[in-house]
Write a protein that binds this ligand. Structure first.
Ligand code: HEM
Length: 421
């Protein structure tokens, strides 16, 4: 595509842009020419009871250099998560904003820490290590089934299944209900994708309603009869001398459902694709020439399943030499920071031995991902379970990518483990 001033640049604000892949060349240009650069937002179609409307965002500062993403994350008193939420799309109404602020990601101190503290114990490296056995068992069963099948669907049969099974155990969901978690997170995170939410506000609201009703039934059961699980902890936990309200409980539970499944799913499918595309690196992993821990970290950097999160400046400030006004939207592109040559040697090369690897795929600062250790554990378990079979992984068709400016995701990818020659 060209225009009067030369080739058109990929629109990093538009969900459809990412259906063709992450526009790394555009991010590289931005880091060089305008590391804090203004982006106009395109109108996005929304369907609601009143008909079809175009929603257009305010425009935003795209922050693409590693050091600036660090700075935004580490100055929450200036770059707020609560002012307008942590998502790129602006809340449509005050009521939507109030509702958004009930989610942990959309809170600022001191409320943020009070709520976050409730569950940090469940996600410490030690607590997560105690899940290792069950995660490994799920990974082994899934790997065995995929390796035996003449062909399988990477996302539905493998990449989505592991996080769903792990989450079902963690969140007190009957494993047979895990398809519900899959559908809810597709509709919420895949809101812009025509196959999932399709920009339909009513579908979005209905999904919340359905998920909350499910969560409330769970909470009621665990309040009557606590088990030693995360749901019992949340349902009975007290903040400032009072129990979480039903809404607070439901919001937390649903955040874990969405954050814990979609992200890890895309990490797994992206990692399998990356290893296939880099056979020499794959060989180093399979032969044990590189440590699993550094390989997992590099695959997380490479895929960067969540491409960005948003903040809002609450007072005038500067960033990367640019004046930022109070009220401005500021978007941190982890997908770009993780390929910044100022920090990573040969950032566009997959190097499974890379160490140190200060990637920002899990964010940093007070909102640092609660599930980072769990996500690492899941990918480690799956790669370990697949072992030498990894060398025979073969896509049988193109990956169909998600239309999303938020997650770097694949919806489907047919594949097989080729028979040993
Ligand atoms: C590869 C997988 C994952 C990636 C790339 C990822 C990425 C992120 C990022 C970038 C943030 C920061 C949000 C911000 O700064 O506004 C975050 C927060 C969060 N993540 Fe993850 N995540 C992953 C897996 C998980 C898992 C498995 C869980 C839970 C089971 C989880 C739960 C959360 C929660 C609850 C927060 C909010 C923390 C807060 O606001 O204090 N994540 N994640």
């Amino acid at each position: 595509m060209t225009n009067a001033t030369g080739p058109a640049r990929p629109d990093i604000a538009h969900p459809a842009t990412f259906a063709a892949g992450v526009p790394h060349a555009e991010f590289a240009r931005r880091r060089r020419e305008e590391p804090v650069g203004w982006v106009e937002e395109p109108p996005l179609w929304r369907r609601a009871a009143g008909g079809r409307t175009a929603q257009r965002g305010t425009g935003y500062w795209a922050v693409t250099a590693h050091e600036d993403v660090l700075e935004v994350s580490r100055r929450p008193e200036v770059f707020s998560s609560a002012a307008k939420g942590a998502f790129l799309v602006d809340p449509r109404t005050d009521a939507d904003l109030r509702q958004a602020r009930e989610l942990l990601v959309n809170m600022d101190a001191p409320q943020h820490l009070r709520i976050r503290r409730l569950v940090t114990s469940v996600f410490t490296p030690r607590a997560v290590r105690s899940l290792a056995e069950s995660v490994a068992a799920h990974a082994a069963a899934l790997a065995e089934r995929a390796v035996r099948a003449p062909r399988f669907e990477v996302v539905a049969d493998l990449a989505s299944e592991l996080p769903l099974l792990v989450l079902a155990d963690l969140l007190g969901v009957d494993r047979r209900d895990r398809h519900l978690l899959y559908r809810w997170s597709n509709h919420l995170v895949g809101f812009d994708d025509p196959e999932y939410g399709g920009g339909d506000v009513e579908v979005y609201r209905a999904t919340f309603g359905e998920a909350f009703a499910y969560a409330l039934r769970l909470a009621a059961r665990r309040r009557d009869d606590p088990a030693g699980d995360l749901v019992s902890l949340l349902a009975n936990a007290e903040v400032d001398g009072r129990r979480l309200t039903d809404r607070e409980f439901c919001n937390f539970w649903l955040l874990l459902v969405v954050a814990g499944n979609e992200t890890t799913r895309h990490l797994i499918s992206g990692a399998l694709q990356a290893l296939h595309d880099h056979p020499a690196e794959r060989e180093r992993l399979v032969s044990g020439a590189v440590p699993m821990a550094s390989a997992v970290e590099e695959l997380i950097r490479w895929v960067t399943p969540i491409m960005q999160f948003r903040r809002t400046a609450v007072r005038d400030t500067t960033l990367g030499g640019r004046p930022i006004r109070a009220g401005d939207k500021v978007v941190m592109y982890y997908a770009s920071a993780n390929r910044d040559p100022a920090v990573f040697d040969a950032p566009d090369a997959l190097d499974l031995a890379r160490d140190p690897n200060p990637h920002l795929a899990f964010g940093t600062g007070p909102h640092f991902c609660l599930g980072a250790h769990l996500a690492r554990l899941e990918l480690t378990a799956l790669l370990t379970a697949l072992g030498p079979n990894l060398a025979r992984f073969e896509p049988l068709g193109p990956a169909v990518r998600l239309e999303s400016n938020f997650v770097n995701g694949v919806k489907s990818m047919p594949a097989r483990f080729a028979p040993p020659s």
